[in-house]
Design a protein around this ligand. Structure first.
Ligand SMILES: *[C@@H]1O[C@H](CO)[C@@H](O)[C@H](O)[C@H]1NC(C)=O
Ligand SMILES: *[C@@H]1O[C@H](CO)[C@@H](O)[C@H](O)[C@H]1NC(C)=O
Ligand SMILES: *[C@@H]1O[C@H](CO)[C@@H](O)[C@H](O)[C@H]1NC(C)=O
Ligand SMILES: *[C@@H]1O[C@H](CO)[C@@H](O)[C@H](O)[C@H]1NC(C)=O
Ligand SMILES: *[C@@H]1O[C@H](CO)[C@@H](O)[C@H](O)[C@H]1NC(C)=O
Length: 311
């Protein structure tokens, strides 16, 4: 089975910061007026089937996305039902959603995941952590993603897609249906006892200190329901709205940097420095249900690229 660790075990506390950085200098004289050509595409993920207490945490490969060499201007997503109405958080908790770019060899059968290559954002984390382009959870609903002119996030640049590969996108949605559950807050905090989970995805016993987290609410598990509660199954979708326009030379390309406040640079003798993202050990263990307010600081050094005048 595909094992991806895109998300922090404690997403809620280890919230990543999304930063957009322009990667070229530009002269204001050359700016165009691209807003006239902005297109809006609305797509839906494959259907997400839930029932009272059920968890869905699935990866949908090769989802719809505007094709070609384009500039992204915004990306917004929400959970909707079959009539396209937004689903109240009280009924379905959207733990997180992520959209991830990847390259797939052309010579494989449709949607075969062998030899695909994930294309991370420009942030400093490494390996499989925080590789998404966009992604949010319930706590960050309504966050604006609009990018002002003359900037745009460049995707689909043919010169950046390796020969023999296609650029594709995958979406991961983790949602918890909390209708009829005994302890709503406990369910959305993924408390292990409510899910009756004692082992991780690899079948290893969880540490007795691990009281809750993503390991305890994997795909297809059920949170404890009120005795005798019965409710209908429901079908939901992640509806996502992408604003974009065809690439042109007036766009100033932006890069996405997803940074992690727990990131520690590990400089070992002789080795190349390695970013250790999602080191949740810096957080104090919080009791289930305890309200947490904490501030962490991290220092990240960006290298300034020389401008063409300095080269
Ligand atoms: C696809 O092409 C690559 C590179 O030429 C090759 O290594 C791989 O085995 C091919 N896969 C299939 C399914 O033909
Ligand atoms: C995917 O491709 C690999 C190599 O080409 C092959 O061995 C495997 O059976 C394919 N898997 C599926 C689900 O088609
Ligand atoms: C909890 O899991 C154990 C072992 O997997 C099982 O024996 C037990 O019936 C489960 N309890 C509930 C309420 O599902
Ligand atoms: C969850 O159930 C669906 C439908 O039975 C199945 O396709 C999927 O593989 C299951 N997920 C996991 C992680 O086992
Ligand atoms: C830092 O890297 C070294 C060498 O790869 C490794 O042995 C060590 O465990 C790492 N330290 C931390 C805190 O991850």
């Amino acid at each position: 089975m595909f094992n991806m660790r895109f998300v922090s075990q404690d997403w809620v506390v280890s919230c990543a910061l999304i930063l957009l950085v322009s990667c070229t200098t530009y002269s204001s004289a050359s700016l165009g007026k691209p807003e006239n050509n902005i297109k809006t595409s609305v797509f839906k993920s494959p259907k997400i089937e839930l029932g009272p207490g059920l968890v869905s945490n699935k990866f949908y490969f090769d989802v719809d996305f505007p094709r070609g060499h384009i500039a992204l201007k915004s990306f917004n997503a929400e959970l909707v039902d079959e009539s396209e109405k937004s689903v109240p958080l009280q009924e379905t908790y959207l733990h997180h959603w992520l959209i991830i770019k990847y390259h797939q060899p052309k010579n494989v059968t449709h949607n075969n995941q062998t030899d695909i290559v994930f294309v991370r954002n420009s942030g400093f984390c490494q390996d499989g952590t925080l590789i998404q382009y966009f992604g949010l959870g319930s706590e960050t609903r309504g966050t604006a993603t609009d990018i002002p002119d003359p900037f745009g996030i460049e995707v689909g640049n043919p010169s950046e897609i390796p020969y023999g590969y296609d650029e594709k996108w995958l979406i991961n949605v983790h949602a918890i249906d909390t209708r009829g559950v005994e302890d709503r807050l406990g369910c959305i905090e993924c408390r292990c006892d409510l899910y009756n989970i004692t082992k991780d995805a690899d079948g290893n016993p969880l540490s007795p200190d691990y009281k809750g987290g993503l390991d305890c609410c994997p795909d297809n598990t059920t949170c404890r329901l009120n005795k005798g509660f019965k409710g209908p199954k429901r079908t939901l979708y992640l509806k996502y709205t992408v604003k974009w326009f065809s690439w042109d030379n007036y766009v100033v390309p932006l890069k996405i940097y997803i940074l992690d406040v727990t990131d520690v640079l590990n400089v070992s003798k002789g080795g190349t420095p390695k970013h250790n993202c999602e080191k949740k050990s810096i957080f104090k263990t919080i009791a289930i249900g305890e309200k947490l307010s904490s501030t962490s600081k991290g220092k990240i050094i960006f290298e300034r690229r020389p401008t063409s005048a300095e080269k």
